[in-house]
Ligand binder design. Structure first.
Ligand SMILES: [Fe+2]
Length: 322
């Protein structure tokens, strides 16, 4: 168990390995279609059918920001770890040099009927609207000048970079993105449960009891996965904080009354905690694993520098994770 933690302790419990779910509907991790089947079975007093009670091993990725070297590295790693579903917490585009390619990947991986690139089927994925998607769809007027320059270039690139038909399909996809989504176990948002597109959650917020209480009041599940701040952290309802520093876990999330958690998975495409390695997380319905990986940030950085409209600062920050 890691000991370096600004929270002063490790609230997460390390588990020895994958644990089997308890049999029967009381496992609490039954996906919606099976819940109806369970109700029918009890009505007719038949022996309970054997349901596939497992939550799909899900990679939660966020803040890809058009960084294809990072995204491809994360996906390959997730596949090697047996991931069967992808959930993206938004900011697919913005800052990076390959917004269309990032959208192409997410439209295959994080949708209903998802699959890996070679056609291997995945469970239905999901993708949320980040503040960069919202800025594209509305206005980047509240962005700083560098982020605004990137949004303006990204808008043009999406519209014209792949031709008229491709441009229209990108805008159709962006227009369909929702600010929050839930499955049977988890809620997903870009920023925070109460302000899903724009509010940042940072480790210092654990001391802001009003902000934390308002966010836990907005939770629709015992766990909510977010991104946006580009800093991985677990915020517990009882005031504890855990900040992972590397590839760690799996940890039992230990949610439930008084122990609900908001989990920031960090950023794939632009980490900001001083560590340039990409960040994402894997959740199996009970346990969570944090993943930090080296990737070719020099190539990602060079691709940004090759676009005159994108500020060099956006390239340089990938080298230092800021
Ligand atoms: Fe972001």
């Amino acid at each position: 168990m890691p000991s370096q933690n600004p929270g002063g302790f490790s609230p997460l419990t390390r588990t020895p390995g994958p644990r089997a779910l308890p049999p029967g509907p009381s496992a609490g991790i039954i996906r919606a279609p099976f819940r109806e089947a369970a109700a029918r079975a009890s009505t007719f007093q038949f022996p309970p059918p054997k349901y596939p009670l497992s939550y799909p091993k899900t990679a939660i990725i966020s803040d890809l920001h058009g960084n294809i070297p990072a995204l491809e590295t994360a996906i390959a790693d997730a596949r090697q770890r047996g991931v069967k579903r992808f959930a993206c917490c938004g900011d697919v585009v913005g800052y990076g040099a390959q917004p269309r390619e990032a959208l192409d990947i997410v439209r295959r991986l994080c949708v209903v009927g998802a699959s890996y690139e070679d056609g291997e089927p995945l469970e239905d994925g999901l993708c949320l609207k980040g503040n960069h998607e919202e800025a594209l769809l509305t206005s980047p007027e509240d962005f700083n000048p560098k982020a605004r320059a990137a949004i303006e270039w990204t808008h043009h690139e999406i519209t014209h970079g792949g031709g008229k038909e491709a441009g229209a399909s990108y805008w159709d996809f962006l227009g369909e993105l929702k600010p929050t989504l839930c499955d049977d176990v988890a809620m997903f948002a870009h920023g925070s449960p109460r302000e899903p597109v724009r509010e940042y959650m940072l480790p210092r917020d654990i001391h802001d009891t009003a902000k934390m209480a308002a966010n836990f009041a907005a939770m629709e599940r015992d766990v909510c996965f977010v991104g946006h701040s580009h800093v991985a952290a677990v915020y517990y309802e009882d005031g504890r904080l855990y900040t992972p520093i590397g590839t760690e876990g799996p940890y039992a999330l230990s949610t439930g009354p008084g122990r609900r958690a908001i989990v920031n998975v960090g950023s794939v495409g632009q980490p900001r905690d001083g560590d340039p390695r990409l960040s994402y997380a894997i959740f199996d319905g009970e346990t969570i694993q944090f993943v930090r990986l080296d990737y070719d940030f020099v190539t990602a950085s060079d691709r940004i520098k090759a676009v005159p409209a994108l500020p060099d600062y956006l390239a340089e920050r990938l080298h230092v994770g800021r």
